[in-house]
Design a protein around this ligand. Structure first.
Ligand SMILES: Cc1cc2nc3c(=O)[nH]c(=O)nc-3n(C[C@H](O)[C@H](O)[C@H](O)COP(=O)(O)OP(=O)(O)OC[C@H]3O[C@@H](n4cnc5c(N)ncnc54)[C@H](O)[C@@H]3O)c2cc1C
Length: 393
């Protein structure tokens, strides 16, 4: 494939974040943009493995604001881009089983209310009304956000890409960036092995590979690829089609209706960081043990298939956005943890405005790379005074 030799902006990685930034740049009139993707299809990284969950219910303000802006955008995605993303706002239900988790929910709800988001604290009985199959024996309470929901991540990434291409952006697949060239602390371009492409601006949207791309210029970007499995059951109507996606805070698992069956996922702490995405079936009993408590019917559900994907995780569970003081022209939009799908609209808008010099959203300073070197962390876990164990989300 012959690739053009120069562009105004090179975006490294055509996942949901890279394509959203490309679209937003083009919308602002910056159309001389090239997106390079190492795989043969766009959106085949973490984006392809996401559950497509979209929620307002975060624990820190910057993430709530990203959600509020993004969900408004997603509600009008078809008008904006012409693509259908199958957004279904059936809600998110968070379950709390301890007093500490209840305090976590109260904090989330208060924060949502501050930003005008509809979210309710529910009794176990009210939660069970939403999903009759839910076992509430040890549930103390729940929070329910009716405007949260799910969408199809593949349609979302395709939607951004198609709209960006229509505006003049070029996306090249099977094109891996293997080196970044820089001179006098200013980026010059990239090498793909076969080609040299010049650009004064480069955006690292390599998802779980963002750290490897950082290494190309000697930069430490603390994004950790963490493997997470999702399991899909045989057809079952135990969870109604319009039921909310349930997150059991106590057991760190998510359960939702998927097609004709049910899906669930959760981290397996024994999995170490790495780029392998083959399914490790030994995770199933460890995760199943946790999901059968809130959903006992799953003990007898046949598992039809499983998939594993990489979370691009950061230490505080919030994204890394902005530029890099050490190297002019290099921008970062990575480490989206478990929120890349849902925050892609706001991240795209914020990064495009920052790159073009139109504006600097407060998220740029709050989520800068510098925060990991003694700055203020944007923690996405509840810590009333102390520093309890980090949840892997
Ligand atoms: C099991 C699971 C469930 C999830 N559920 C949700 C959810 O419900 N809601 C939600 O919002 N998020 C969810 N996420 C997280 C979400 O998937 C990610 O935050 C999001 O996809 C990150 O998007 P990205 O564009 O940064 O990364 P990616 O989608 O991984 O895109 C990065 C791209 O860069 C490419 N690339 C890497 N290195 C190079 C290189 N050197 N040259 C060229 N290309 C390169 C990769 O091939 C890849 O396509 C989930 C993740 C997992 C694993």
């Amino acid at each position: 494939m012959v690739v053009e030799k120069a562009a105004s902006v090179i975006i490294i990685g055509a996942g949901v974040i890279g394509t959203s930034i490309a679209y937003h740049l083009a919308k602002l009139g910056c159309r001389d943009v090239i997106v390079l993707e190492k795989e043969s299809t766009i959106g085949s990284g973490s984006t392809a493995r996401a559950a497509g969950g979209v929620r307002h219910q975060f624990l820190n303000e910057v993430n709530v604001k990203l959600s509020v802006e993004s969900i408004k955008f997603l509600e009008h995605f078809e008008d904006e881009t012409g693509s259908v993303i199958d957004l279904r706002q059936h809600g998110y239900l968070f379950l709390a089983c301890t007093e500490l988790e209840m305090a976590d929910l109260r904090q989330r709800v208060a924060l949502q209310h501050k930003y005008g988001v509809e979210v309710h604290l529910l009794s176990p009985r009210e939660a069970k009304k939403l999903i009759p199959a839910l076992n509430t024996a040890d549930v103390l309470g729940a929070s329910y956000g009716p405007t949260d929901g799910r969408l199809d991540p593949y349609s979302l990434v395709q939607g951004y890409a198609t709209a960006a291409i229509k505006l003049g952006v070029k996306i090249y697949t099977d094109t891996e960036v293997v080196a970044i060239r820089a001179k006098a602390q200013q980026v010059q371009g990239v090498s793909t092995g076969d080609e040299e492409i010049e650009a004064p601006i480069m955006v690292n949207t390599a998802g779980p590979y963002a750290g490897l791309v950082g290494k190309m210029v000697g930069l430490d970007i603390p994004v950790h690829p963490h493997k997470k499995h999702s399991f899909f059951t045989a057809p079952s109507d135990e969870i109604p089609r319009n039921a909310p996606l349930t997150i059991d805070l106590h057991r760190d698992v998510a359960v939702w209706r998927e097609g004709r069956g049910v899906a669930f996922n959760g981290p397996d702490p024994s999995q170490t960081d790495g780029f392998d995405t083959t399914v490790d079936w030994s995770c199933l009993p460890k995760i199943a043990e946790r999901v059968v408590q809130p959903f006992p019917f799953l003990a007898n559900a046949g598992i039809m298939r499983a998939e594993a994907g990489l979370h691009p995780d950061t230490f505080d569970k919030s994204a890394i956005l902005g530029d890099v003081p050490e190297l002019k022209g290099l921008y970062l939009a990575c480490g989206l943890n478990s929120q890349g799908i849902m925050h892609s609209p706001a991240v795209g808008r914020i990064m495009a405005e920052y790159i073009t010099g139109i504006g600097s959203d407060p998220a740029i300073s709050l989520l800068s790379l510098c925060r990991f070197k003694g700055g203020v962390l944007q923690k996405e876990w509840f810590s009333p005074g102390g520093e309890p164990e980090i949840k892997s989300g």
